[in-house]
Ligand binder design. Structure first.
Ligand code: ATP
Ligand code: MG
Ligand code: MG
Ligand code: MG
Length: 484
């Protein structure tokens, strides 16, 4: 079996053999970019070149970029742990052409790499091309269609809409159609039941998008019209962990060697076995295995958990993991800190910044854990008090506003409140809690409503739409998977 190390290396070697310069990942925390808090795609560090500011080190570049999608336009946090292929932090493999090659090479090479180097079966791959949008003046991507047709055949081509298959930097500026590659990893029995083509873009855990090829060929003007760009560019992004799942033929990113090392340590610490299912102990293990990466790499890149801006987002991610461990794995002593050495060793050759700061990262995490576990303790005390009072009054339900207040002030999540309430034969007013939460969300959404393109993002604490502790959507998603 090809290891994740080999998979990453083959990507870089392949593009090097096609005259690409291999560059290092930019830090997770976006530097010198007031429009972006975290790097959330491979192209973020090259943005200026597409805008015509500055000269790239080479017209062809490739790398693996550390990405974090927990705020602004790209926020995948709610899915993490519940689904098997969205992470907070992930690696995006990418190749770029700055005014050099265009669709033909990008498409041919992507296919060559996937089917000849990685040997993914051709009959498991689907591609999408942009279908056009008359309302928005953007044409069907005939060129991409004509290039794919002889390679995959017309019946493996999907026509994608503007949301999935058209990329724009913002309301104005460079933009263009995308062509995505999706892989169907279901069993032959499952495939016999339903064609993979129907499941592309349907949130199916085994029919997933792995690679997005963006072709920048237009410039959108302030009046909304498009003009051809003088120099056309290619920007591609492939999810490394998903690629590993496809090549190692697993049902989940967490079953690849990218994650199994960490999950093994979590099993050891908790004394609970991971069963790759949808139960809460498995969800908790996935959350922890995911979040420790985001937090460790962010700290290694110079961010410390705090009460403001990016530091606050990191603190909340860390607390989300601690809380899952606490509630579902009985981990009441610091444990996240113990996962750092495994990660540092695993990524020593790719991201040496973590190895170099291993002890510092572990210390920061341990301090956070100690303090948050104490808060959880305080919240528990307060809850005991509330329960005592309600019981004396002969009531059996904790009011929604109280549940919300516990959540807001003590970072004390509703499901934990419900769990404890149940032990005392009480219930919580879920509707009232949801209402209070929705009101809070509406307030932050109002502030964030101007988020449109990739670069009109957040940089102020109060505009960070962090939705960590509520789970109704995530549960809905599990139910959706079961139906498929
Ligand atoms: P999806 O539709 O699955 O959310 P996307 O269209 O938002 O993915 P892109 O912005 O096109 O993703 O990013 C390029 C690639 O990065 C995707 O094809 C996918 O393989 C990977 N990717 C995107 N988001 C994540 C994530 N949260 N975790 C892991 N990989 C991701
Ligand atoms: Mg997405
Ligand atoms: Mg997509
Ligand atoms: Mg995409």
């Amino acid at each position: 079996m090809m290891t994740s190390h080999e998979i990453r290396r083959h990507f870089l070697d392949f593009f090097q053999s096609k005259q690409h310069l291999i560059v290092a990942s930019a830090p997770l925390v976006a530097k010198n970019d007031p429009t972006l808090m975290f790097n959330n795609s491979g192209m973020a560090q090259f943005k200026d070149f597409f805008l015509g500011n500055g000269t790239p080190p080479s017209k062809r570049v490739a790398d693996t970029q550390k990405c974090l999608r927990v705020s602004g336009k790209h926020n995948d946090l709610e899915d993490v742990g519940f689904d098997t292929y969205h992470h907070t932090m992930f690696e995006m493999l990418g190749n770029w052409s700055f005014g050099d090659y265009f669709k033909k090479e990008a498409i041919t090479w992507a296919w060559e790499l996937l089917t000849e180097v990685y040997k993914l079966p051709k009959d498991r791959l689907y591609v999408s091309v942009f279908q056009g949008d008359a309302k928005d003046n953007v044409p069907f991507d005939q060129e991409a269609f004509d290039l794919w047709k002889p390679i995959v055949g017309e019946d493996r081509i999907i026509y994608g809409n503007k949301k999935d298959n058209f990329w724009e930097m913002g309301d104005t500026g460079p933009c263009g159609p995308c062509s995505e590659i999706h892989v169907d990893l279901r069993t032959p029995e499952e495939i016999a039941e339903k064609s993979g083509k129907e499941l592309v873009n349907a949130d199916h855990p085994q029919v997933v998008e792995i690679w997005n090829l963006v072709f920048m060929q237009f410039n959108r003007k302030a009046d909304g019209s498009l003009e051809p760009l003088p120099a056309r560019h290619v920007d591609t992004g492939m999810g490394f962990e998903r690629l590993c799942m496809a090549i190692q033929n697993k049902r989940s990113n967490y079953d690849t060697d990218v994650f199994t090392g960490t999950i093994n340590v979590i099993e050891e610490i908790s004394g609970i076995a991971y069963t790759a299912g949808t139960g809460m102990t498995d969800v908790a293990m996935r959350v922890i295995a995911d979040h420790i990466r985001a937090v460790s790499f962010a700290i290694a890149d110079g961010l410390v958990p705090s009460n403001a801006k990016a530091g606050y987002v990191i603190r909340r991610i860390l607390r989300r993991a601690i809380r899952y461990g606490y509630s579902y794995l009985n981990l009441t002593e610091p444990f996240m800190t113990k996962l750092v050495p495994t990660l540092a060793t695993q990524f020593a050759d790719v991201f040496p910044e973590l190895t170099a700061q291993r002890d510092f990262v572990a210390t920061v995490i341990r301090e956070e854990e100690i303090s948050f576990l104490r808060t959880l303790g305080t919240g528990l005390g307060r809850l005991d008090q509330i329960i005592g009072q309600l019981t004396t009054e002969g009531k059996t339900e904790i009011p929604g506003e109280t549940v919300f207040e516990l959540n807001d002030t003590f970072g004390f999540p509703a499901d934990l409140t419900a769990l404890i309430a149940r032990e005392k034969r009480l219930t919580i007013d879920e509707a009232g809690f949801s209402k209070a939460l929705q009101e809070q969300k509406a307030r932050s959404r109002k502030d964030a409503s101007s988020l449109a393109g990739d670069w009109i993002d957040v940089n102020e604490t109060d505009r960070v739409e962090f939705v960590g502790y509520d789970q109704p959507e995530a549960y809905a998603q599990i139910v959706k998977y079961r139906k498929i």
